[in-house]
Write a protein that binds this ligand. Structure first.
Ligand code: SAH
Length: 259
């Protein structure tokens, strides 16, 4: 059995009694400070996941390795991220598979990149802002490990001006005017390739769909994903009072062979 206890230099999630979550990078000699004292990192290093921890002033915490979803919600962000509720469905709509050659633009904070890479894709990202590109690479490698660099490359460039890659399997877009990418996607994707675009507003989705009508894309669909949590506590069994009612729309389509 491999040793799965916590090591120095890895990122962990500390959860307090009120279920508040903190992303912490373990360092020998480091300390995690809270309102109720601190926990020396050396108390955590060498412990297994889920082990109970106690701060110097008696507050209890539990430590886990962050899931992809935990990490996306807690990592340092430049741009707004796509939320886990949409990241999972994007993998299905784009039909991401191990070894798929994917172009992603814009890259933002890298939440979608991590998700695509985890499903085995080989990702080229186009990001117009150098600071976001650097942040995304940092986040992706922090979560997935340095070996992911073999599968992930981000170029600082404007996706509206064209795509240099050829015979791509998939293109996944999260930028303001995805319809401007449609003509480039028609030549960069292989026949049968899939385009998916995330757009916060329905006007953007409609504009994209209208541009697709006169293109080589077929089987276009636009969906939104509603995610409603439930409170299950004794006899109080009901939907949560609060929910994230809106994030964005997902539009997907497949490319036909050129005439
Ligand atoms: N999907 C990302 C968030 C992307 S935010 C995530 O999950 O983390 C949108 C990004 O698109 C921003 O970083 C913005 O700089 C970038 N962008 C906007 N227009 C662009 C363009 N024409 N070409 C490339 N990137 C662009």
């Amino acid at each position: 059995m491999p040793d799965r206890s916590f090591r120095a230099d890895e990122q962990i999630l500390l959860i307090d009694r009120k279920k508040r979550r903190y992303l912490v990078t373990l360092a020998e000699g480091g300390e995690f400070h809270t309102h109720s004292g601190f926990i020396p990192h050396d108390d955590i290093i060498g412990k297994p996941e889920g082990a109970p921890l106690r701060s110097t002033r008696g507050a209890t915490f539990t430590a886990f390795r962050p899931t992809l979803s935990d990490f996306v919600l807690k990592m340092p962000r430049g741009a707004q991220v796509i939320y886990p509720k949409d990241l999972g469905p994007i993998l299905m709509l784009a039909d991401i598979f191990p070894g798929a050659r994917v172009l992603e633009s814009g890259v933002g904070s890298g939440a979608l990149s991590m998700t695509l890479l985890r499903a085995g894709a080989i990702v080229t990202g186009y990001e117009i802002r150098a600071d976001f590109a650097a942040r995304a690479v940092k986040n992706v490698l922090a979560f997935g490990g340095p070996e992911l660099a073999e599968h992930y490359r981000v170029e600082e460039r404007d996706c509206y001006e064209g795509i240099s890659e050829e015979s791509l399997d998939r293109i996944v877009l999260d930028l303001p005017e995805p319809w401007l990418v449609v003509p480039h996607a028609e030549t960069a994707l292989r026949p049968g390739g899939i385009l998916v675009a995330y757009t916060p507003t329905i006007i953007q989705a409609v504009q994209l769909r209208e541009r697709m009508v006169e293109s080589g894309f077929e089987l276009a669909e636009t969906i939104e994903v509603l995610h409603r949590g439930w409170n299950i506590d004794g006899t109080s069994v009901r939907p949560d009072h609060r929910m994230v009612a809106h994030t964005g729309f997902l539009t997907h389509a497949r490319l036909l062979p050129g005439q």
